[in-house]
Structures are given as C-alpha cells and as structure tokens.
Design a protein around this ligand. Structure first.
Ligand code: SF4
Length: 305
C-alpha cells in the first residue's frame, strides 16, 4: 500500500495523473478556505513530520511501473505543497525518473514571493496557482490565510514568477456565492491577471461538499463574470456537465468574441449552436482563427491579435 501516492486520477485538463500527497495524514495549509473540500483546520506555516524525499521517490517508482500509461504526476497535499521544505529536491528527483510525463503542482500561491519556493517551482512543467480574490477584504474572508500571508506580496510574487518561468503557469479562481461573485471582483481580477499574464486561467465554482456553509454560483453567473477576463485564455471549469447554450453567432461575432480573449474548445462546443459551429470550422479552415494549446487545453484564438 502506498502512503504518498494516489490515483491514477482522470482529469479533463491534465489527463491521467498520479498524485503525490505531501501531507497524507492531516490537513496542513496556510489557508483555511471557506470552500475547502477538507475539514476546516487551523492554518499553519509549515508541514510537520514531512515525508522523506527518498520514501516518496521509492513509492513513485513502484507506481510508475504499474501505471506506465499516465500523462502527468501531480504534486499536491492535504493542504499546501509549497510548505514542504524539500520541494526542489523532490521535483529534481522526479524529473530524473518521470520518463516524459508532465510534472504538475497545485498550489494556493501564498508563498510564491519566496525565492526558494520560486526556485522549486521552476522545476515543474505546469504550475497551477489559486487567485480567488485580489481585494484584501474579500481574500481574507474567502481564503482565511495564516497571518504570515500577505496578498500584495503574493500578487507581486506571481508577476515575478510568471516572468522567469519558461513552462506553463495556470491560474485558478473559485467563485463563491455572495463572496467573490460581483463584476467589481472580476474587473479587479482581470486587471491583475493581465499583469501576471499566465498561460491560462480557470474559473470554477463549488461542486463538492465544502468545509463551511457556502454556496456555488450558477453556470450563467460564471459565464457572465468570466466575460470580464480579457486577453488571457480562460476556461470555465465544472465537474458537472455544462448546459448546452446553442447560441447563434455569425462569423464576425465569433471573431469579435475571440478578439476579447481566446476561448476553450470545450466552452465553444457548449456555447454555439450547430450553424455557428460550422462557421467556426470555416474560420479555422480560412485561417482567420487558429487553435492553440495552453497547459493541455485547446483554445480558439483570433489571428492577428
Ligand atoms: S488552499 Fe486548498 S487545501 Fe488549503 S484550505 Fe484552501 S482549498 Fe483547502
């Protein structure tokens, strides 16, 4: 039985993945988010009883033999993986045995201004950081950070990391009803996201039982809010099936939509009616739009933007 490795888990965005849990016995996090899928817990700024790198690597080697067809190895934790003091050493060792798989980390981004954390994250193929709110009051209310976490530093750290990171940086915003679901929240988010310039941003809402009593927003709300995110490839994420919208957009309207920002293949599939999907295909064949990939997700992009 494995202590630190779980999966494989199929994800729409990253394919089939083996997970590494750096805190398998208890939640250890510098946030205590209202929407956390784990039980609420006091925040911490370190992982106590951290597993040894050699133990994790031993288990990972065995799992990789068993599941040689996976696409990615995901470093996560029952909490925050960047609190793990040996993250760089672990990532470097995984890179020597991963055999072409992508190395991915899911982090809340709280420590991204820390140079040693940045250094460790440079070893990953895909870094996914949370950015739920950029206004201090909303951030505190929603993510309930440890007293050592500073939002302004986090945002500066994300900008700095995005400048030096050569692989794919994905941001993720989770929208909670009546907390971070206003147009103002998203106007402010758009401003910061455009300064960070990630490869992609994922926008989602609660779709599992959460630590505290908070609610999800509807798909329609996600869609309306996400229109405020300009220029950056954006994907609406939700585990449940999306409603089909069947919109009728002319080829010009599709180009206008894609000029605001690239749209994921899946979002366009859900958004457009059959006639408009044919228009999309014609635009693609006539090279007025193109298909690009950002961290394993395909996006339609207007040419010359
Ligand atoms: S950062 Fe993740 S693990 Fe930590 S409290 Fe928030 S949702 Fe839970």
């Amino acid at each position: 039985m494995s202590n630190f490795i779980f999966g494989p888990v199929q994800s729409r965005r990253f394919g089939l993945s083996l997970g590494i849990d750096l805190s398998p016995l208890q939640k250890q996090c510098n946030f205590d988010c209202l929407y956390c899928e784990l039980k609420g817990a006091k925040t911490t700024d370190k992982i106590v009883n951290p597993p040894k790198v050699s133990e994790i690597i031993g288990e990972l080697e065995a799992s990789l033999k068993k599941f040689s067809n996976i696409d990615a190895i995901t470093v996560t934790a029952n909490g925050e993986p960047t609190l793990y003091a040996h993250l760089k050493e672990l990532a470097c060792k995984i890179n020597t045995i991963k055999n072409g798989k992508k190395l991915l980390i899911l982090s809340n981004g709280a420590l991204i201004a820390d140079k040693s954390v940045q250094n460790a994250l440079l070893e990953f193929d895909i870094v996914k950081l949370s950015i739920d709110a950029v206004m201090p009051k909303v951030f505190k209310k929603l993510d309930r950070p440890h007293k050592s976490v500073d939002l302004a530093q986090m945002i500066e750290g994300m900008k700095e990391f995005a400048r030096i990171f050569k692989n794919e940086l994905v941001l993720e915003t989770l929208v909670v009803k009546n907390i971070n679901d206003t147009r103002d929240d998203f106007l402010a988010l758009n401003h910061i996201v455009n300064e960070i310039k990630p490869s992609r941003i994922d926008i989602g809402t609660i779709d599992r039982p959460s630590a505290y009593k908070v609610g999800a927003v509807s798909y329609e709300t996600l869609e309306i809010l996400s229109r405020e995110i300009k220029n950056v490839p954006m994907m609406i994420t939700k585990r449940a099936k999306f409603p089909k919208r069947g919109l009728s957009l002319s080829e010009d309207e599709i180009i206008q939509l894609l000029k605001m920002r690239p749209q994921s293949e899946e979002d366009m599939e859900n958004m457009l009616g059959e006639e408009s999907k044919r228009g999309l295909q014609i635009l693609l064949e006539s090279k007025k739009i193109s298909l690009i990939t950002a961290a394993n997700v395909n996006f339609y992009k207007a040419e010359g933007v």
